[in-house]
Design a binder for this molecule. Sequence first.
Ligand code: ATP
Ligand code: MG
Length: 555
Amino acid sequence: MPDVAAESRDFIRDIIAADLRSGRTKSVVTRFPPEPNGYLHIGHAKAICINFGVAQEFGGRCHLRFDDTNPTKEEQEYIDAIERDVRWLGFDWGTHLYHASDYFAQLYDWAEHLIRTGHAYVDDLSASEMQAMRGTLTEPGRDSPHRTRSAEESLDLFRRMRAGEFPNGARTLRARIDMSSGNINLRDPVLYRILHAAHPRTGTAWVIYPTYDFAHGQSDAIEHVTHSLCTLEFEDHRPLYDWLLDHLPVPSRPRQYESARLNIGYTVLSKRVLTELVRQGHVEGWDDPRMPTLAAMRRRGIPPEAIRDFVRRVGVARANSVVDVAMFDHAVREHLNRAAPRRMAVLRPLKLVIENYPEGQVEDLDAVNNPEDTSSGTRRIPFAREIYVEAADFMENPPKKFYRLSPGREVRLRYAYLVTCRAVVKNAAGEVVELRATYDPASRGGNAPDGRKVQATLHWVSAAHAVPAEVRLYEHLFARPDPGAGGDVFADLNPASLERLRDCRLEPSLTAAAVGEAVQFERNGYFCADTTSRPDRLVFNRTIALRDSYAKAGG
Ligand code: ATP
Ligand code: MG
């Protein structure tokens, strides 16, 4: 049943609701049409959420259709990744998995139909000649000398194109529309081109391939898509979309609607650029956690629910804009704060020896798993005489408002005791390598019996029990909010986008952390085990930092 609440949320939903009311359509069919020439990114997530979301809300269905009309750029690896990522994002196309290539035979027949009815002709111009005669926004184009070719001759040539008689680029099939149209897309657009290339699905069956414009609307019509939702750059293609449907015996009449692309600050969402980042080795691969791809976000620990929420908040607009990356971060933190169990991990360890704590003694202390979720219970963490604290939690000569460790200062070790820093051990270079401290045995749990106040609470791990790990910290992949605005997008790469901390110490329970599962390292942010993590060589990714990592702890 149509969801009434879905109405009036944005102009797309308004149009669909009106179409259902007026009876233009009885049910809603949408499609998400990726070209398998790269991995899906957060911009595609917007298109996925709109298409699948609208269908769900109005009780219709959404197809996954691969727009696989360019075999030179498309690969099975991308097809598999796209299916995996759409599912991960939380959507299901059921049995409705389609490919533009499923329709190659039908599209070919329709091309012949256009030739026979005088609406298409075979042209012998090269791509550059055609370009030169296309005209400009202010000047009309010029007719090709082959525009007046008879239907018989075009049909014969088109069949020979299909039979493989001509090399790549020798001929094209063009719609015969209007070379002086104000819309350049209507100046006899190319419908078919010769491409001697094997296709991932149809193999070598075809050596001519339909263009995007010829395949897309007709595929929509074959699948009885009612609302073909796409991004604004297709607005100028809509007259061609409609012209083709008007001139072909298609089984249904879809309509195209355009809305804004998603753009995010510090982020590039051009597949061409993303492909180059991978190819040139600027990143480790499509799932490098710094990439804006869904595969990278999954690896980095970003929950799919956060992406869906973010897209919902961005909304569907008619005008392009750039969304602040802080809005995305906010959605991610909101979900992780609720879901992620808390753990203790020291990223830049500094040893602290508690001189009056009995040597060899180990206490198992209770620690709360998630204060936001009491059902998640507690766990035990070992405490002993030698622990690690965060190097940044100590200052030998602290400024006024620094309440953490410094000589003579008492702090709370979370879930454990109050300790007072007594001495500093330095190496020959004068660097602090160890702290000596004493603890108050009466303060177990973290409170002094006399109620004296301690400002800072620090996380820590037992030196003997902690497990070593590499932790990777990520910053924006690009150093400016508008990458490429200066002309060269690669010059805007952030040289500090990855920091690898190779000597981190984690509380022992983290050995068992599942890949991709979110945890909060207290005071340090949200993290997850990387896909390359092994029990004997742990690797964690920082999903996102806490908003104010130290403010809360009273530092
Ligand atoms: P290109 O066509 O240049 O290879 P693309 O990102 O448009 O890149 P497609 O595979 O054609 O790739 O995109 C599939 C669908 O996702 C299209 O309907 C497209 O409009 C939509 N889409 C792509 N990028 C964005 C974006 N940044 N915001 C919203 N929708 C997007
Ligand atoms: Mg596209």
